[in-house]
Write a protein that binds this ligand. Structure first.
Ligand code: 3HC
Length: 284
């Protein structure tokens, strides 16, 4: 099966990035969100991201316009009937994802693939609410999607080899590299990355080093492109807390307890870049 038409559900940070890279690879994209304002914001974010490439002469103004024209926005799930692949990139809450998968299942063709960009929830569980669990797969992108080259492909217990192969071919077509992972809380990359960030928050909370020094230490000492606290702000502290909760319940091991400071920052609404404040202040 060759994927030509892609549906993306959720116009937030991940959804608009996924829509952009699919459109940039020449695919037709239908971006769905319940909020028309979120769809408008997504289109301007994509335009801004493509503008960076125009400024660097890696894309012409014409190509930018053509890419944007391949993205159709809608608030109606029913507009996904032609999709070969639907990628769910909505809020990281199980019942919301399950409700979306049920709706998608009703509107798309029986042979369409349903993927979820969940960062930690069980693919087996999400697939179980679909009438085609063998055609469901985890397709985990990384933030910022236009820049990060990896996509983790996660097979649930029901995922067929045919679905995994089609998803892998698709990832190559959008110029990303796939790694195959078995379903497990947080899969492979977040299982390693998120506890490291959580530990950095403990180090800050215990007064062992300042936020700036923790980040400088990991940048200069370990060659990370940005420090763990700046990365926390990029990912979103609410997402990180959610992922740590999934590890904590999923493995039942206290080593995955979320740092109390992380919880408190989320309670305060200091969610990182998207909120204008996280471990660092942001403007604009
Ligand atoms: N769209 C297009 N291009 C972008 C972009 C965007 N949204 N954001 C950054 N870029 C480009 C810039 O134009 C620049 O390109 P150039 O090198 O050709 O000039 C390049 O990326 C570097 O950007 P900046 O100079 O603005 O800033 P940095 O050098 O700090 O790089 C970064 C930004 C690429 C985000 C870098 O800091 C980085 O790699 N950080 C780590 C990101 C990371 O670890 N992501 C994974 C998060 S985990 C995750 O997503 C999983 C989830 O489930 C939790």
């Amino acid at each position: 099966m060759t994927i030509q038409q892609v549906g993306v559900i959720g116009a937030g940070t991940m959804g608009n990035g996924i829509a952009q890279v699919c459109a940039a690879a020449g695919l037709s994209v239908t971006l769905v969100d319940i909020s028309a304002e979120a769809l408008d914001r997504a289109m301007s974010t994509m335009a801004g991201s493509l503008d960076r490439l125009v400024r660097k002469d890696q894309l012409s103004e014409n190509q930018k316009q053509e890419t944007l024209a391949r993205v159709r926005t809608t608030t109606a799930m029913a507009d996904l009937t032609e999709a070969d692949l639907v990628i769910e990139a909505a809020t990281e809450v199980l019942h919301i994802k399950e409700a979306i998968i049920r709706q998608v299942d009703e509107v798309v063709r029986p042979d369409a693939i349903i993927a979820t960009n969940t960062s930690s929830i069980s693919i087996t569980r999400i697939a179980s609410v679909s009438s085609r669990p063998e055609r469901c797969i985890g397709m985990h992108f990384f933030n910022p999607v236009p820049v990060m080259l990896l996509v983790e492909l996660i097979a649930g217990l029901q995922t067929s080899e045919q679905t995994r192969a089609a998803a892998s071919e698709f990832v190559g077509r959008i110029n990303k590299t796939a790694v195959s992972v078995r379903n497990s809380p947080g899969f492979a990359v977040n299982r390693i990355l998120v506890p490291m960030i959580n530990e950095a928050i403990f180090v800050l909370q215990e007064g062992i080093a300042s936020a700036e020094d923790i980040d400088l230490g990991m940048r200069l000492g370990c060659n990370h492109p940005i420090g763990p606290l700046a990365l926390a702000d990029l990912i979103g502290l609410d997402t990180l807390l959610q992922v740590m909760e999934v590890f904590h319940t999923g493995f039942g091991d206290s080593k995955y307890r979320p740092a109390p400071l992380l919880r408190e920052m989320v309670e305060a609404g200091y969610l990182g870049r998207k909120a204008g404040r996280g471990f660092y202040p942001y403007s604009g």
